[in-house]
Design a protein around this ligand. Structure first.
Ligand code: ATP
Length: 340
């Protein structure tokens, strides 16, 4: 390919994976980095250009300059953290993904409607502390990476601890099981969902409590927290793979009914907890590349089944854009607001 487009992203989250993948697929690459991270991104040979900004919130002001070049933006988790939904929608620069899905992802209520329509089980939601009749997890809105989440045993426990809650929150049934984050890719060109990889998060201190016997915990002032500090690769019991794939396919199918004909495409992740009767409960869906895919920059056991070369999620995104360009279908993989 004669490298007509540059793939650009913010310098954080999964930028290295996205840009390495873009480079391997023959694109030029650009990172917008802040003063702290500029040197890091400049140190990699596969990144052709780095634009330094004082703060990521300056990103929208770069649009004029980026539009002059043939740039395609690949968003990741930090876009959601640094740019508001309105700012996302205002951008007319070519954008990989469907922005209509963002509204469905941003609201816990709409997410629930979407996932339930897709036949996916979700933990029960409680409207108030008084309704609590089982162990719950209290989740703060906008909390990144499980920070500030609380495990609550019952309504009485909630009453005692609710004064610690300074931000808006939701109360969700606590599912006892193992967490599994499934990374998918939906290709609109091939109308096909692929499982790219899977991970589990390594969370402090909930993942260490099992190392202290329950009897010894009694009287200790320790309660679980859910702060993510890392990710571990997982392969799923093969008999459960068909269900995992079905969930991904159903989520895509329903997204086309609720978020415009293009629906959800590209990378996404269903965050699940699996109970002892092997039931998947979905905690949340992320409608873009998630940081857990960084474990698989060199590919995963699952991507190896589909590709005999290293295929990260970042590279898969670039491959889709490349295939769209080669078949004159670029619009199919960009948000409708994209000005080409
Ligand atoms: P991010 O937005 O970065 O994905 P988050 O802040 O939305 O993270 P979640 O993924 O919703 O956080 O949850 C963080 C952790 O809390 C999970 O990995 C899991 O350990 C625990 N958790 C969340 N919901 C439940 C639940 N219903 N039952 C049991 N544990 C839960």
């Amino acid at each position: 390919m004669n490298r007509p487009y540059t793939i650009a992203t913010l310098g954080s989250h999964s930028a290295l994976q996205i840009l390495k993948g873009a480079h391997d697929e023959g694109f030029k690459t650009l990172a917008v980095a802040n003063r702290d991270t500029e040197t890091l991104y400049r140190s990699f040979a596969f990144i052709d250009e780095v634009i330094g900004v004082d703060s990521y919130s300056e990103f929208p002001s770069l649009m004029g300059e980026l539009e002059k070049r043939k740039v395609i933006i690949v968003p990741h988790g930090s876009f959601v953290a640094y740019l508001s939904l309105e700012e996302h929608k205002k951008m007319t620069i070519p954008y990989f993904g469907n922005k209509a899905v963002l509204d469905w992802e941003a609201s816990r209520e709409l997410q629930r409607e979407w996932l339930t329509k897709a036949g996916i089980m979700m933990p029960r939601q409680f409207k108030s502390g008084a309704e609590i009749d089982r162990p719950v997890i209290v989740k703060l809105y906008g909390a990144g990476g499980g920070k500030g989440y609380m495990f609550i045993r019952d309504a009485h426990d909630f009453e005692k601890r609710s004064k610690e809650l300074k931000k808006a929150y939701t109360i969700q049934e606590y599912i006892v099981g193992v967490p599994l984050y499934i990374h998918y890719f939906y290709s609109p060109l091939q109308d096909r969902v692929e499982i790219m990889s899977m991970d589990r998060r390594y969370e402090t201190n909930v993942d260490s409590l099992g190392r202290i016997p329950a009897a010894a915990q009694e009287g200790m002032d320790v309660s679980p927290s859910y702060v993510v500090v890392g990710n571990q690769p997982v392969s799923l019991r093969e008999s459960m793979l068909a269900e995992a794939l079905r969930m991904g396919e159903n989520v895509v199918k329903v997204s086309k009914e609720i978020a415009g004909p293009k629906g959800l495409f590209g990378a996404f992740c269903i965050e699940t907890i699996i109970t002892p009767d092997m039931q998947f409960f979905c905690m949340e869906i992320s409608a873009r590349i998630v940081a857990g895919t960084n474990l698989f920059i060199d590919g995963s056991p699952y991507s190896y089944l589909n590709y005999t070369e290293p295929m990260s999620t970042g590279r898969r995104i670039a491959r889709e854009i490349k295939n769209a360009l080669l078949t004159n279908n670029l619009r199919l993989v960009l948000d409708d607001s994209s000005r080409l």
